[in-house]
Design a protein around this ligand. Structure first.
Ligand code: NDP
Length: 511
């Protein structure tokens, strides 16, 4: 195993029409753990994008007409290959994202393959069936679901292969083709996935990869040959993408950012609540869209909560990313590291929140680990208020804000819910309490598309996930996730003849 900084991948081509596709322009992929080049990546331009969309268009008639059972068999073969190569793929993700191998080998590829398996099984068991309605004795309605065409998938950098699979699985299962663009910061998984699909038997042109920055995503979004854009990223970028897609009346799914509330109730089981808050802030170095970064803690529980949290913060172990003991990595890129550091600086110097743990300065790393990468200290601010910048904007790093609330008034729950919902975003929310009755009442009032009770972060294939308010449109995963990749056709069949069914009624009505 090469040590960080000495590792270099071959130049990564694009993948179009079932084959590698090289371009003259390249950009550099950087290893976030040590700030050194990891690979040169071919960059797509307008002509390449046209070629990729055309490849999808050529493949569409045959792929969309392939019986679901046959499509399912191919996708299940890809699932088997993904699982067989789990550790190799996880290693690539670790190099590219800076996430510890303990995470990428147990979460990233696994949860992506699960979703592909879920949709492969769903389409083989009637998931694309329509409905029949007996309208009258001699007339009925039936609906069918048709794929959309060539769709664009545009991914973020935090769960690269998982996002690629969460988009391509329902897209391809429904009979569509895809042109996928990963984030320029984490491009390596895309070629591997495309090769796996081909090896599994996916026809050429059904899944294509183009690489590049936002301009490549923008060209894809406005391309007239694209029927739908499935986007994961920041709210601001999502707004631009949705506007551009609207101009072409394209379907969209938007999986965007959040500033999610984690509600600890006075009767919460302390150990579980602290574990939940940690999971909701420090897993993947805080680079998880559903993070519960606003941790509401009752004043009556605050001292005990902070004490236990501080003890547990020492369980966060940065280090060699391949070491089974390491559970904390660097941030994904220099620019993101600067952004997160600015928020920590703002929290200390402008918001003047109380710094409970971490803060600015170099994170101490075990001996022998290159500290040139984008490492920041896991950080906890307490005594925060809702108006502070660190408590209102998405930081997307390992920064927890604790917001104490008074729990000695009869209506404290109403105030708590109002504060929890006091954000333009609505991706996730969670409640920790021993009172299950209260948990359900609270969940019903939370303005968020993904909610948890006494846990945080699990997002299995069966669970449809998507944001409310500015956090997105549509859902991924679950049975509902498939419906975002098909269009409905309704057919009314009349056996009694036109006159009998319509004009006769009008005539009768006149009498
Ligand atoms: P960005 O919005 O910066 O980028 C997302 C993708 O869009 C990237 O591939 C990017 O390319 C591309 N892009 C940038 N500009 C445009 C444009 N004008 N048109 C089309 N595509 C464009 O998000 P990040 O990559 O920084 O990801 C982090 C964000 O993603 C966080 O806000 C997080 O909450 C959110 N997220 C949401 C999830 C959800 O399910 N709700 C899941 C995971 C993350 P490039 O990177 O190459 O510039």
């Amino acid at each position: 195993m090469a040590s960080p900084g000495t590792l270099k991948y071959d130049t990564q081509p694009l993948y179009i029409a079932g084959a590698h596709h090289t371009t003259s322009q390249t950009f550099q992929d950087i290893d976030p753990s040590c700030d050194r080049p990891l690979a040169d990546i071919c960059k797509a331009d307008k002509v390449t994008i046209d070629t990729a969309v055309e490849a999808g268009k050529r493949a569409f008639p045959s792929w969309s007409a392939t019986p679901p059972m046959e499509r399912s068999r191919i996708l299940l073969k890809a699932v088997a290959l993904l699982r067989e190569r789990n550790d190799d793929l996880a290693r690539v993700e670790t190099h590219d994202t800076g996430k510890p191998f303990t995470e990428t080998s147990t979460v990233d590829v696994v949860t992506g393959a699960d979703v592909l398996e879920y949709y492969a099984n769903l389409i083989a068991s009637g998931g694309l069936n329509g409905e029949t309605t007996q309208l009258r004795a001699d007339a009925w309605i039936y609906t069918t679901k048709a794929p959309l065409g060539v769709c664009a998938g545009i991914g973020a950098w935090n769960y690269p292969i998982q996002i690629a699979l969460w988009k391509s699985a329902p897209c391809l299962a429904a009979g569509n083709c895809m042109v996928y663009k990963p984030s320029e910061f984490t491009p390596l998984h895309a070629l591997k996935l495309a090769e796996i699909y081909t090896e599994a038997g996916l026809p050429a042109g059904v899944f294509n990869v183009v690489q590049g920055a936002g301009d490549v995503g923008a060209m894809l979004t406005s391309h007239p040959g694209i029927a739908k854009v499935s986007f994961t990223g920041q709210v601001a970028t999502g707004s631009k993408v949705a506007s551009a897609a609207a101009a072409g009346m394209k379907y969209v799914t938007m999986e965007l950012g959040g500033k999610s509330p984690c509600l600890i109730l006075p009767d919460a089981e302390l150990e579980n609540a602290v574990n939940g808050a940690m999971m909701a802030n420090f897993f993947s170095t805080g680079q998880v869209c559903t993070n519960g970064t606003r941790v509401f803690v009752p004043e009556s529980l605050l001292p005990a909560f902070e004490k236990r949290l501080l003890e547990k913060m020492d369980d966060i172990r940065p280090g060699d990313l391949m070491d089974p003991n390491t559970n904390f990595g660097p941030l994904v890129s220099k620019v993101h590291c600067e952004k997160v550091t600015k928020y920590i600086h703002h929290g200390i110097n402008v918001d003047k929140a109380k710094l409970l743990y971490g803060g600015l300065g170099k994170l101490s790393l075990p001996k022998g680990i290159n500290g040139d990468g984008y490492w920041v200290k896991p950080t906890v601010f307490t005594n925060c208020t809702d108006s502070m910048l660190i408590a209102s904007e998405e930081i997307f790093g390992p920064v927890m804000t604790i917001l104490p609330y008074a729990d000695n008034t009869p209506l404290y729950v109403d105030t708590l819910i109002k504060r929890a919902n006091g954000t333009p975003m609505g991706l996730a929310a969670g409640v920790f309490t021993s009172n299950i009755d209260l948990a359900h009442r609270l969940v019903a009032r939370l303005e968020a598309g993904i909610t948890w009770v006494n846990t945080w972060g699990e997002s299995p294939a069966e669970m449809p996930v998507g944001g409310w308010k500015m956090s997105g449109m549509g859902v991924e995963n679950g049975r509902r996730g498939l419906q975002n990749w098909v269009q409905n056709k309704s057919t009314l069949v009349e056996m009694g003849g036109v006159v009998a069914s319509v004009f006769e009624k009008v005539e009768r009505a006149k009498l």
